[in-house]
Ligand binder design. Structure first.
Ligand SMILES: [Cu+2]
Length: 342
């Protein structure tokens, strides 16, 4: 009997081993975690993987703030309602010819920038249309059961309603908090949560920059870096701003794997408010260093028109995509044209 078994096993190895070797150089067919049958010819997800694609415009994301559906409770509290839908089986062309399986909140990486005023009541209906469990974990102050850690939301339509008071004032990340955490974050399940002070900050041209990295070959090292997901985007499409106009950037570092990231601005210095929690700046500098989920608010004005770089001064990151340009135009108009929190 043992002899017979050995013969069968031996025969199987001889018959099947060559087919494993051949398969390495040919397109492989496999089934994704949501059941789609796809083909890929390499170690990275390539264009043959076309389940559904994500369109993302970093220029639109830059100044896009989602204030939710606003109403007022009987006690006068402002209620802001949001619906956030998670998915985990889309791809995005992050650089010409480079396709990446993104996990998204409301279809984009980063997810929508959620914005409220301190003391508002937030009601976020979270729907998980992915195939894995996901959550929304907000940095900030809220009850334990609203923390998005111990209440995993099942896939294929699972729901959870997060409800808490917006606070403290500042800029905070939100992200999925399901294990393995690194995997859920690096695929794109994160976004920015801004809490404005009750007395508004001065009018400014406001924008959001999420510093992120893309591990497109799944070796736990980033292959690309960016401000707002697409490497080199703001270098090829400079951000148009005006002279003598206050610029306010909400910056959040979501890079994983590398312990630090940083941001250097050319031809200028900025006031920096770590986490945005204080209304008095802590630094006046041209360089900040940020670890995972560290964030803050930068404020500056340019007096001279022209082209100015901003980038990681960790040169490896800037050479792999984390670099952009402010195109400073002469501002003949008065500042009345600038709206707060546009
Ligand atoms: Cu998740």
């Amino acid at each position: 009997m043992i002899l017979l078994l050995s013969l069968v096993v031996g025969f199987s190895v001889i018959v099947f081993f060559p087919s494993f070797s051949d398969a390495e150089s040919e397109p492989k067919t496999f089934v994704t975690h949501s059941g789609a049958v796809v083909q890929t010819s390499g170690e990275i997800i390539d264009p043959l993987y076309t389940v559904s694609t994500v369109e993302f415009d970093p220029m639109e994301f830059l100044r896009d703030f989602n204030y939710g559906k606003v109403s007022q409770l009987t006690d006068g509290t402002v209620l802001r309602e949001f619906t956030i839908i998670a998915e985990d089986d889309k791809i995005m062309e992050v650089s010409p010819g480079v396709f990446y399986n993104v996990w998204t909140f409301n279809g984009t990486v980063p997810g929508p920038t959620i914005r409220a005023t301190e003391g508002d009541l937030l009601r976020i209906t979270f729907i998980n249309n992915g195939s894995k469990e996901h959550t929304m974990h907000f940095h900030g102050i809220h009850p334990a059961e609203m923390d998005g850690v111990f209440e995993p939301v099942g896939g294929n339509g699972g729901q959870f309603v997060y409800e808490f008071e917006a606070g403290p004032v500042g800029v905070h990340p939100y992200h999925c908090h399901v294990m393995p955490l690194e995997e859920h974050i690096v695929h794109g399940l994160y976004g920015v949560f801004i809490v404005d002070p009750k007395e508004e900050r001065p009018s400014a041209d406001e924008m959001v920059m999420v510093l992120n990295g893309l591990d497109t070959d799944f070796d736990t090292e980033n292959n690309f870096y960016a401000a707002n997901t697409i490497p080199f985007y703001y270098q090829h499409h400079p951000i148009q701003i005006n002279t003598n106009e206050l610029i306010r950037v909400y910056v959040v570092n979501m890079v994983e794997f590398d312990p630090i990231n940083n941001l250097h601005l050319h031809g200028n210095l900025y006031k920096y408010y770590p986490t945005g929690t204080d209304l008095v700046p802590s630094f006046y500098t041209d360089m900040i260093t940020l670890s995972q989920t560290e964030r803050g608010i930068m404020e500056f004005e340019y007096g001279f028109p022209g082209k100015y770089l901003f980038h990681a001064h960790k040169v490896e990151f800037s050479e792999k995509g984390w670099v952009g340009i402010f195109m400073v135009n002469d501002n003949e108009e008065q500042k009345e044209s600038v709206g707060y929190g546009t």
